[in-house]
Design a protein around this ligand. Structure first.
Ligand SMILES: NC(=O)c1ccc[n+]([C@@H]2O[C@H](COP(=O)([O-])OP(=O)(O)OC[C@H]3O[C@@H](n4cnc5c(N)ncnc54)[C@H](OP(=O)(O)O)[C@@H]3O)[C@@H](O)[C@H]2O)c1
Length: 379
């Protein structure tokens, strides 16, 4: 589709789609609830969680972690169970991975588009693992998924693991400009990445834990799919060499990553900096409410990025890069930071849903519920 045609389609958005949040009481679910309040295209109509929470109002069930109050639109919603009988046009899934797998399939089979944060279906052969700025064309896999699985209007789209999200956003412009051969990455990951209550305070206080279960495997596998291609029938992996070391550190929000890169084409540090600085999304993506025109922010101070100072860049949707310098072992090394709960989870899912809406993948499941809204703003 031509960009002008895409833009027209985005401009023609006139209804609010009704969104449900599965796992709405969790740490990612709460961010989604907050981001959905006042969203120009979506309205929160359902919240669902475990049997521990269902039947209570959202305000009663949730242990709210955000600095701003619980949005009014959510306070009195009754928390439902995770059965696919919710009054909404699509669902976000922020479910614990111990239950997300079959629940997401149940919803997709029942006709709901599922926009998931969970790891369960990320590497499925017919499920897009999506970062709109990186691989929007992977949405072409949805009709194949629906055909393979006998889904009607339902399907599953996922966003990557929180540490992979920031890394791949930074790798994308470098892959395009120079090609990538090898990536060596060491992470310093925030405790909110483990959900609530997450890592016990006695384990993390004044400490670093050099192990996060399954994280290194995800960081080594997911970028291959994200930076690879959908060839019309299957995903072809990027074939980049990746080695990841993952550590949990006593930081609340924001995953910092120290990266060394081997490039296919020789590039000066200035060329690398320029490729990152000028990375810009196209008009279709820039029209999405949660998108940033420049999702990678380059900082020049020698001691940045830092979680406390930089984690909110671009309202949590930017990847902040600094310390771009020569690497004696590979070609270039740099440090990057991204917000694990926004770019790495709730904001990522929201952006995915916006792209799905703009491309016509969301359907109104109840014509009665549609409410008129203004045209989406371009940022
Ligand atoms: N935290 C991050 O930075 C991050 C980043 C990317 C992806 N993710 C993924 O996103 C998902 C949510 O993570 P989180 O950090 O928000 O976890 P969390 O704080 O532990 O929340 C888990 C949610 O799942 C619900 N749940 C648990 N067991 C359930 C069951 N048996 N049936 C129905 N609902 C159940 C919980 O409901 P109750 O409150 O009723 O127990 C809660 O709403 C996970 O799959 C995680 O791996 C997290």
């Amino acid at each position: 589709m031509e960009p002008s045609e895409q833009k027209k389609r985005v401009k023609s958005v006139k209804k609010k789609w009704r969104a449900g949040v599965l796992g709405a009481t969790g740490i990612v679910g709460q961010r989604l609830v907050k981001l959905l309040a006042g969203h120009p295209w979506f309205e929160l109509t359902e919240v669902a969680a475990s049997e521990r929470s269902s039947g209570m109002t959202y305000a009663e069930a949730v242990r709210w972690h955000l600095e701003t109050p619980i949005p009014e639109v959510a306070r009195d919603l009754v928390v439902k169970g995770v059965e696919p009988v919710l009054e909404c046009d699509f669902v976000f899934s922020a479910l614990d991975s111990s239950v997300a797998g079959p629940v997401e399939v149940d919803f997709a089979r029942a006709g709901y588009p599922v926009v998931s944060n969970s790891k369960n279906h990320r590497m499925d052969a017919d499920v897009p693992l999506l970062i709109p700025e990186v691989n929007a064309s992977h949405l072409d896999a949805i009709p194949v998924q629906q055909k393979n699985r006998g889904y009607d209007t339902g399907f599953i789209v996922t966003n990557p693991n929180c540490s992979t999200a920031g890394l791949v956003l930074v790798l994308k412009p470098l892959a395009e400009a120079f090609g990538l051969e090898r990536i060596f990455v060491v992470t310093l990951q925030a405790i909110s990445g483990a959900g609530y209550p997450g890592v016990a305070s006695m384990d993390i206080q004044s400490n670093v834990v050099p192990f996060i279960s399954g994280e290194e495997e995800k960081m080594e596998a997911e970028p291959q799919k994200l930076l690879g291609k959908w060839d019309g029938a299957r995903f072809v992996e990027a074939g980049v060499g990746i080695s990841a070391h993952c550590n949990r550190v006593a930081v609340l929000h924001g995953h910092l990553e120290c990266v060394s890169l081997g490039l296919k084409k020789i590039a000066s540090l200035d060329e690398v900096r320029e490729a990152l600085r000028t990375f810009e999304v196209d008009e279709e993506l820039a029209s999405l409410p949660t998108a940033l025109r420049h999702p990678v922010v380059v900082v020049d101070e020698e001691d940045r990025p830092q979680p406390r100072r930089d984690v909110e860049a671009g309202e949590g949707m930017a990847a902040v890069v600094g310390r771009i310098r020569e690497c004696p072992l590979h070609d270039v090394k740099l440090t990057l930071l991204s917000h694990n709960l926004v770019r790495g989870a709730a904001g990522a899912a929201l952006l995915n849903a916006e792209l799905l809406a703009a491309r016509g993948f969301l359907k109104d499941r109840s014509a009665k519920s549609a409410t008129e809204v203004a045209e989406p703003a371009v940022r």
